[in-house]
Design a protein around this ligand. Structure first.
Ligand SMILES: Nc1ncnc2c1ncn2[C@@H]1O[C@H](COP(=O)(O)OP(=O)(O)O)[C@@H](O)[C@H]1O
Ligand SMILES: [Mg+2]
Length: 209
């Protein structure tokens, strides 16, 4: 089960991860973009961490909506609207639930990632964050069908996210700033795929505790 408490811990751990990996995200984005991804993610998730006390009094759906709005308005760049959309579209699936079971979490991410794809007009192998989310959702579905425990599903998703993140290295960027580099984008790991990996890992850690 993903409870309200887990979600708040997830956001806190995400903010910690973005702070810890700020320089790494900066360097990845400096190589194939404009170098702001570390700052962008830190600004957004730092703001989200400050909002945690306020969010404690909200319903689960309001928490996700609020997170989406905060990320949309504070992350900036191309990634802000994409992450914001993920949480806003996911929030729309939550209804009045106080906690999400493993199946409802998949529904949340399916809708969220569908929104991300529509907004980014992206597909797999474009060398974006979607190259992490697509294999993660496939892995999640397989694990759910195999009736694995929620925490084990998330552990498998972290592995799938890592594989997806590393698989962006040989890809040629077809979306976002990195696409301006054409062939020169090959050989670098995508910054958004990397921040997405940290988000998924933080979710796993919030449940493992
Ligand atoms: N159209 C898109 N669809 C999906 N993801 C995208 C798209 N454009 C960019 N991204 C993601 O956003 C990341 C860059 O984010 P960021 O540096 O914050 O924004 P910007 O590129 O505007 O500087 C990329 O590494 C990629 O993962
Ligand atoms: Mg950038």
């Amino acid at each position: 089960m993903l409870t309200k408490k887990n979600v708040l811990i997830w956001f806190e751990k995400s903010a910690d991860a973005m702070a810890e990996h700020k320089q790494e995200l900066h360097l990845l984005d400096a190589a194939i973009g404009d170098g702001d991804h570390g700052i962008n993610m830190n600004r957004g998730f730092g703001k989200l961490a400050l909002e945690l006390p306020v969010m404690g009094a909200m319903t689960l759906q309001e928490i996700f909506k609020h997170a989406g709005m905060v990320l949309l308005s504070t992350v900036g760049g191309a990634s802000g609207p994409l992450y914001g959309t993920l949480f806003l579209k996911g929030a729309a699936t939550v209804g009045t639930s106080e906690a999400l079971d493993a199946s409802a979490v998949l529904t949340f991410f399916d809708a969220g990632v569908e929104g991300l794809v529509a907004r980014g007009r992206t597909e797999e192998n474009d060398k974006t964050m979607y190259d992490v989310w697509a294999p993660v959702l496939r892995e999640y579905e397989l694990c759910l069908e195999a009736e694995m425990e929620f925490v084990e599903i998330l552990a498998a998703c972290v592995c799938a996210a890592e594989v997806g993140m590393k698989a962006t290295i040989p890809m040629l960027a077809r979306k976002g700033r990195a696409s301006y580099l054409g062939e020169r984008s090959i050989g670098h790991q995508d910054p958004g795929a990397t921040s997405s990996y940290y988000l998924i890992n933080a979710l796993y850690e919030s449940i493992r505790e």
